[in-house]
Write a protein that binds this ligand. Structure first.
Ligand SMILES: NC(=O)c1ccc[n+]([C@@H]2O[C@H](COP(=O)([O-])OP(=O)(O)OC[C@H]3O[C@@H](n4cnc5c(N)ncnc54)[C@H](O)[C@@H]3O)[C@@H](O)[C@H]2O)c1
Length: 292
């Protein structure tokens, strides 16, 4: 049976780890040819070897305009065209609060998470047009929709990616180019354990503890996996989403639905128990007052 992406050529940025890597694996399994753009050259080399021709790697720093232009050109050159672009590379960016922020930290984060998406689309457009259209998928985040899910510079960039996606969809629809965003919730990847912040050897511990607490974070009681996002990316990349453009899809296990008491029966029961305790105390106090 033909794969759902048979005959398509895709570029995936940040494809050497986490969500990007999960999507490379899924796209290749569905018959796509994939060019991965990432700064991790060692992992990129290993990835290309693993897939024997279906996946290629090119060093690309998404904060560099020329790298992004070169990546899109290289995909078309190597595989004969370009149909799908997943603008996904990213990292946590500046950790500063607003009160501590510097212009340099802010700009660096926006360049990594927002400008990269705009320019990734920009340099893909001529190639997608040449094929009569295509699909662009941008990685945003639940952090772009609510407070508390990421640092301020990161969350602002991700909110902008959602709107940029909508604007690009409006601009490019007549060219047959669809543009959609995915907003992952908590997905177990290396993004939470950057090498410059977490000492070697501790990353696995951090991930294990995240996996342990994930079931308490959302109605679907497990940690999100890269494969969960890859499935959404596959939908947007394939012709099954032919009439879908300008949307942002949350893939978050339901985290955005509401506070924990909305979906955790144990917490609801605990609140009920507390209410009953208070009522009993109130009634007892009243009865005492009457008896005096
Ligand atoms: N993991 C989550 O819970 C989560 C939630 C919401 C959004 N996201 C977003 O998903 C995307 C992928 O993150 P992930 O969780 O898979 O993280 P990850 O750290 O596992 O993978 C990120 C990849 O991007 C690459 N990268 C980083 N900076 C780059 C640059 N300047 N140029 C090119 N490549 C670069 C890294 O080398 C790595 O391969 C990011 O945009 C992130 O913001 C992740």
């Amino acid at each position: 049976m033909a794969g759902r992406l048979q005959g398509k050529v895709a570029v995936i940025t940040g494809g050497c780890s986490g969500i990007g890597l999960g999507t490379v694996e899924r796209f290749a399994a569905e018959g796509a040819k994939v060019l991965v753009g990432d700064v991790d050259e060692a992992a990129g080399g290993r990835l290309a070897e693993r897939f024997d021709g279906a996946v290629a790697f090119r060093r690309c720093d998404v904060t560099e305009e020329a790298d992004l232009a070169g990546l899109m050109d290289a995909a078309a050159e190597r595989f004969g065209g370009l149909d799908v672009v997943f603008n996904n590379a990213g990292a946590g960016g500046a950790r500063e609060t607003l009160a501590e922020m510097t212009g340099e930290a802010w700009d660096r984060t926006q360049a990594l998470l927002l400008r990269s998406v705009a320019l990734g689309m920009r340099y893909a457009i001529p190639h997608l047009k040449r094929r009569g259209g295509g699909s662009i998928i941008n990685t945003a985040s639940i952090a772009g929709m609510q407070a508390g899910a990421g640092p301020i510079a990161y969350s602002t960039a991700k909110a902008a990616v959602i709107h940029l996606t909508r604007l690009a969809a409006a601009e490019l629809g007549r060219d047959g180019i669809r543009v959609n965003a995915i907003c992952p919730g908590l997905i177990l990847t290396n993004i939470f354990t950057p090498a410059d912040m977490i000492p070697p050897g501790m990353a696995d511990m951090v991930k294990a503890s995240m996996a342990q607490t994930a079931p308490d974070a959302q109605p679907i009681a497990r940690a999100g996996q890269p494969a969960d996002i890859a499935s959404a990316a596959l939908f947007f990349a394939s012709d099954e989403s032919a009439f879908v453009t300008g949307v942002h899809m949350l893939v978050d296990g339901g985290m955005f639905t509401g506070p924990r008491q909305a979906w955790d029966p144990e917490m609801r029961a605990e609140r009920q128990r507390l209410m009953e305790e208070r009522r009993a105390a109130f009634e007892a106090a009243q009865a005492e007052g009457l008896a005096d």
